[in-house]
Design a protein around this ligand. Structure first.
Ligand code: ATP
Length: 478
């Protein structure tokens, strides 16, 4: 539903969640900035993940590795040789496309025309050719389907070629290949190269995990999908190290645990699904995606991969350092196997926002008239602002009472003070940024120390002692 996606993009911009990067210069492709409420929502999601994956897991610890890594890291990981996508250029427009995007767009079109079987057949063929790395076959398929460049309108295509997705830059003053380093395309490798450091200093016993969150960079050739596919994005990854032979049990465990986590964000079961990989990456012996039903359809939010001992073994080989674990229970040395959970923070943000965004009809004072309100039904623990404190008028001592409540509450959680505009307008603004509670201080407050609390989703209003507010909000966001 493109309409809903457009509404969410516009809402994100209007209310300070997400802006195109360097917008005054007309933006930068597939790069975005998070605004005042977006940054807070993103932090709340990250903190929630961090708590679930470290604090609540006694055998998982968190680290924060650098974005820059020794260039040999990416030879060992396979990214220099394998981290590429098949692309094709149109000779007339000089525009480059990802082959899978062109073919998927064609399949969507077929589906729209009611040719669902043909669409399914096309996707099946494409997946087969992709997994066989059959570049000439992909070109033939594009020509057979009569796919033209949306810009030039011609089918004057080059051959299909592989393009590496890593960004490179120069380290220090060393120019040329010697000084060339990459911006990390995933955070996982920072965990693998620190396996021994953490295992030894933390006296960790297998099975155990290492988690981290941080930026990753990929030179994606993009279709316009907002923050779904960015060139600079953030990952939240956990590598779980296990005894060889037990990996598929742990894989099943993390698959369920991570699905449960997404549900705990308030995402309904029928909008989440597993998608088994048709093609396994070079490092994996099992892999599954968790997909959410975005306004653009079911798409990947998280990947769970059984990576075997591929990464640690390769780092042992390329570094010449022994990367092994002595397992006292079976009296043996081995290279641990790894089960990885890898979720995109920006995609989770987009999922949470898509689920929360709603336009509702509401009654007005005039029974003949209806009004709509736009709101974000965010889970209170994720809302950027938890409580809005609103004096009914800017006089009669009401702002002073409101300030006292603010001072008490802001020590505990994020709140906002607003005295401008009518109370109705102020409520609407809070609905739009997803604030679960609004408290209004009026003249009665001066007499009996009670306030009106208004609940975002139900629109219900209650009269409560002002002394109860802070605790009520804290209970709701716990
Ligand atoms: P896709 O097939 O969508 O390109 P991927 O399978 O390459 O994704 P992984 O390498 O498994 O993705 O990365 C793990 C997670 O990182 C993904 O599930 C996704 O949430 C996130 N991610 C990957 N690439 C991007 C991107 N370009 N923009 C935003 N998030 C991304």
């Amino acid at each position: 539903d493109q309409h809903k996606l457009q509404a969410i993009i516009a809402h994100s911009k209007e209310y300070g969640f997400v802006f195109p990067s360097s917008e005054i210069y007309d933006g930068l492709g597939a790069v975005y900035d998070y605004g005042q409420y977006g940054a807070q929502l993103k932090k709340n999601i990250r903190d929630y993940w961090w708590k679930s994956m470290t604090q609540l897991q006694e055998n998982i610890v968190g680290i924060d590795a650098a974005i820059f890594m020794h260039p040999t890291t990416w030879k060992a990981s396979g990214h220099v040789d394998n981290f590429s996508d098949p692309m094709i250029d149109n000779k007339d427009s000089k525009k480059r496309y990802r082959v899978d995007h062109l073919l998927e767009a064609r399949a969507d079109k077929l589906e729209e025309e009611g040719k669902a079987d043909a669409a399914r057949l096309l996707i099946g063929k494409m997946e087969q050719l992709l997994s066989a790395d059959d570049l000439p076959g992909l070109k033939t398929l594009i020509l057979e389907e009569g796919i033209v460049c949306p810009l030039s309108g011609t089918a004057n295509w080059t051959d299909v070629r592989q393009f590496n997705l890593m960004f490179s830059t120069q380290l220090g003053s060393v120019a040329g290949e010697a000084g060339e380093i990459y911006l990390r395309p995933e955070t996982a490798q920072g965990i693998f190269v620190n396996f021994l450091n953490v295992q030894k200093t933390g006296r960790m016993k297998i099975p155990f995990g290492i988690a981290q969150t941080g930026k990753a960079f990929r030179n994606e050739i993009v279709a316009r999908q907002f923050i779904f596919r960015m060139r600079e994005f953030e990952q939240m990854e956990m590598q779980f190290f296990v005894r060889p032979g037990t990996e598929l049990d742990w894989y099943a465990h993390w698959k369920e645990t991570r699905m449960q986590w997404h549900r705990s964000l308030g995402i309904p079961e029928d909008k989440l699904q597993f998608h088994d990989h048709a093609k396994l990456a070079h490092y994996a012996n099992a892999a599954v995606d968790i997909e959410y039903n975005f306004p653009i359809g079911f798409k990947e939010v998280e990947g769970i991969h059984s990576r075997t001992d591929y990464d640690l073994r390769r780092h042992q080989e390329f570094s010449g350092k022994k990367i092994q674990y002595f397992d006292p229970e079976i009296n043996k040395n081995y290279i641990p196997y790894v089960v990885e959970t890898s979720v995109g923070l920006d995609r989770t943000f987009m999922m949470v926002l898509s689920e929360a965004y709603a336009e509702e009809e509401v009654a007005t004072a005039d029974p003949a008239k209806k009004d709509t309100r736009t709101l974000l039904k965010l889970p209170p623990r994720l809302s950027p602002v938890k409580l809005a404190v609103l004096p009914l008028v800017k006089k009669d001592g009401l702002p002073e009472i409101a300030r006292t409540l603010m001072d008490e509450c802001k020590q505990q959680f994020h709140c906002i003070y607003e005295e401008k505009d009518s109370i109705g307008k102020r409520y609407r603004r809070q609905d739009a940024i997803g604030t679960p509670f609004c408290v209004t201080i009026d003249h009665q407050t001066r007499e009996d120390q009670t306030v009106t609390i208004r609940y975002r989703d139900s629109l219900q209003q209650d009269r409560l002692p002002i002394s109860m507010i802070s605790q009520l909000v804290q209970d709701a966001i716990r």
